[in-house]
Design a protein around this ligand. Structure first.
Ligand code: KE4
Length: 430
């Protein structure tokens, strides 16, 4: 790749006005070293930086671009919405269309409220559960990330985990005491918390497939066991499908695994690349949300027609083209098998976890099934691998504890190119 001089100049200047020079920490390359690349153009499965270097993109804006950058049907929908008006702060018909679309794709969502980010969705879903049950505590899992609301930043994954800051400063003791931490794939750890906090737990929130420890996959009986336990203990089961929603299947992870939560949260794909989040589920729970009920939740731009035009186009395409999940599975399988072949040739056997188009190469030869096994990865060696791949025109997430995202725009040839680049990169860092 040619030099990234303009990126470096922009970054130095940006650090004077924006904390860390970025508007979201994981973009800053802190855990892989070096300076972030600034991008100016995306098309399909590729992105071009401000120095004219083009990369095959495995971030896809951290999940939204399931069809790649600027798919024509989403661009056209946005252009049309622009002419009518971007936001009214009053009800519009497209909000009803969107609610019906979500409910038709995800049957457990009987009622839904639109918001503007995944964080808003998850924090509102927890408030709904607390308002509905009258209980205060929540269970989350070590290494899972549900956005940056105070009560989630307790041993969070994603950026917080990558930064090695399991509990973020600024979170009060009063808040932390109501968040209980369980271990993923360990039903016993949940049962212990439930026994020690009898009738105090309002909700259990989980990434049904974790994308924020890298990709960590639930054992089948694990999700079934959680469902059974939450039903027995009157605990609202919240599937945080911000990452898995509409990516693992048209009904997200709940459709993929056949386990039904009480509430679900969405983001990323649901906005077609524009800021959209949503939380929804059982009508009897959602009815507590103002103005139907007493639990307050609001947002100036919630359900704005511009963002929903992109989201509705994305979900409409999914509804009309269920075959996209076969394509995503094929591309994911091709990448997984290609990486395994490359490692076999090099005599190394790093762990690859994959569900559909969510993939992660862990720099450990041990199985990765929870937080404690994920953090055994050699993050320094991952950092070197990341830069070797970047130099070969492959843009991976700049952190070991993230998921690679494949889109329908990634071709077989591009996957082959990626595998070859990975072979050369691994050879350099082993
Ligand atoms: P946002 O508030 O960033 O839209 O969504 C928060 C969120 C909630 N739940 C899950 C499962 C998520 O993965 C996320 C956000 N994901 C990260 C990527 N690991 C966003 C990237 C970033 O923080 O810049």
């Amino acid at each position: 790749m040619s030099k990234i001089l303009n990126s470096e100049k922009l970054f130095e200047e940006a650090k004077k006005y924006i904390p860390g020079g970025v508007n979201s920490p994981v973009r800053a390359f802190k855990s892989v070293g070096g300076n972030p690349v600034f991008f100016k153009h995306g098309q399909g499965s590729t992105m071009t930086d401000v120095d004219g270097n083009t990369y095959i993109d495995y971030i896809g804006s951290w999940g939204p671009h399931i069809f790649g950058h600027n798919p024509p049907f989403i661009v056209d929908a946005i252009k049309k919405a622009l002419t009518d008006g971007v936001s009214f702060g009053a009800p519009t018909a497209i909000e009803l269309e969107m609610a019906r679309m979500i409910s038709s794709l995800v049957p457990s969502v009987e009622m839904v409220r639109m918001v503007n980010s995944g964080t808003e969705a998850t924090m509102s879903a927890v408030r709904a559960a607390r308002g509905y049950t009258g209980k205060e505590k929540i269970i989350k899992f070590e290494g899972c990330y549900h956005g940056h609301a105070d009560f989630f930043l307790i041993k969070a994954g994603s950026g917080a985990l990558t930064f090695g800051v399991p509990t973020s400063p600024g979170v009060t003791e009063g808040t932390a005491k109501d968040t209980l931490i369980a271990q993923f794939n360990d039903l016993g750890s949940i049962k212990e918390l439930v026994e020690n906090n009898k009738n105090q737990i309002a909700a259990l929130i989980i990434e049904p497939v974790v994308g924020n420890m890298g990709v960590v996959i639930p054992e089948k009986e694990f999700l079934d066991g959680i469902r059974k336990l939450c039903t027995e203990e009157n605990i609202v089961l919240i599937f945080d499908e911000v990452m898995t929603g509409f990516r693992l299947s048209a009904a997200g992870a709940q459709g993929f695994f056949g386990v039904t939560p009480d509430l679900s949260t969405f983001g990323k794909v649901i906005g077609g690349g524009l800021p959209v989040g949503a939380f929804g589920g059982k009508k009897e729970i959602m009815q507590v949300i103002a103005p139907a009920g007493p639990v307050y939740q609001a947002g100036t731009l919630s359900g704005n027609p511009l963002a929903l035009s992109a989201g509705l186009a994305a979900l409409g395409y999914i509804k009309d083209n269920p075959g996209i999940y076969d394509t995503l599975e094929q591309r994911g399988k091709q990448l997984e098998e290609g990486l395994k072949d490359a490692m076999k040739k090099l005599g190394v056997n790093y762990t690859i976890n994959r569900v559909g188009s969510m993939v992660c190469l862990f720099f450990t030869e041990q199985p990765v099934f929870d937080y404690n096994t994920a953090i055994k990865s050699d993050t320094a060696r991952f950092g070197k691998f990341f830069h070797e791949m970047l130099d070969r025109g492959i843009y991976l997430p700049p952190a070991q504890f993230e998921a690679y995202f494949i889109s329908t725009a990634h071709t077989e040839e591009q996957i082959e190119l990626t595998v070859s680049a990975a072979y050369e990169s691994l050879r350099k860092v082993l």
